[in-house]
Design a protein around this ligand. Structure first.
Ligand code: OAD
Length: 254
């Protein structure tokens, strides 16, 4: 509790806060994480189902096993208190930008306006033949893989293993990480590069790094200054209450 108060104090006296988020922030919205207990990669080998080579070799297999399940889960997911908390922090002028590794669009749905989608998004699909785009909710799965009127196969606009990070996401992330004074690192195992490098870059540039996670990560104790251990939604609720108390902005924050 004392640590949460201390972090709330850092936030209210900061000038530029950035958040880096990962799958853990969406767990309380019903989206499973990738690693650890119940994680997607416990059931599927990422190289067999989430690499661009696997998709190009057998798109029907990747659609049947991984993407159709992801679509079902993402189509019905709603932001939880952790997403909503970050939206409140933006609304009161504390949080500037979110760099997210997630493709579920829940930060935007919660109300954040500056979200860098480091691994692309699952909100849109693109025909691999003619580049026609369609929003994922309207994509029909009566035929697997789903195809465009031109006969081409639809792929999500997210980054498969073996693909480049979208260049704009990369340079903007580096820029905001190098210029923030606090980075909140929420629900990421910090195992996947280059996203995991962003807290390192922020630290090198003088920022404080605060993790929120149910367990420690490779950043803990080396790169991060503090870790708030617990479920992101629950921690964020308490943190927002403390920020409210300190900034006495109750009407604006609700
Ligand atoms: P991971 O699945 O690797 O890590 C999820 C993290 O969230 C872990 O550190 C958990 O301890 C933590 N966690 C779980 N539940 C939580 C909760 N309720 N509150 C807070 N923390 C919680 O997910 P990422 O780090 O996002 O890439 O994975 C990075 C990338 O690896 C993904 O973007 C994806 C994946 O392979 C691609 O698909 C390219």
């Amino acid at each position: 509790m004392d640590l949460i108060k201390k972090v709330a104090g850092y936030l209210t006296s900061s000038r530029d806060v950035v958040a880096l988020t990962g799958a853990g922030i969406s767990v309380e919205s019903g989206i499973p994480p990738f690693r650890g207990k119940g994680g997607v990669w416990e059931r599927f080998d990422p190289m067999e189902y989430a690499s661009i080579q696997a998709f190009e070799k057998d798109p029907a297999k990747v659609w049947r096993v991984l993407l159709s399940e992801l679509k079902k889960v993402v189509d019905r997911a709603e932001p939880n208190n952790a997403h909503k908390g970050l939206a409140k922090l933006e609304k009161i002028g504390i949080l500037k930008t979110i760099i997210t590794q997630n493709v579920d669009g829940l930060h935007q749905k919660a109300g954040n306006t500056d979200v860098i989608e480091f691994h692309g998004n699952f909100a849109w699909h693109r025909c691999m033949n003619c580049d026609h785009r369609t929003d994922t909710q309207s994509l029909m799965l009566d035929q697997i893989p789903p195809t465009c009127d031109c006969g081409g196969i639809f792929r999500p606009e997210c980054v498969f293993f073996g693909e480049m990070i979208p260049p704009e996401a990369m340079w903007r992330s580096r820029h905001v990480a190098s210029n923030c004074d606090i980075m909140l690192v929420v629900g990421t195992s910090a195992n996947v590069e280059p996203a995991a490098y962003m807290p390192v870059l922020a630290k090198k540039s003088g920022a404080k790094i605060i993790e929120i996670n149910t367990e420690t990560t490779p950043l803990t104790g080396h790169i991060s200054d503090h870790i708030l251990l617990g479920r992101a939604g629950e921690i964020m609720d308490i943190l927002i209450t403390e920020v409210k108390n300190l900034s006495q902005l109750e009407p604006a924050i609700d």
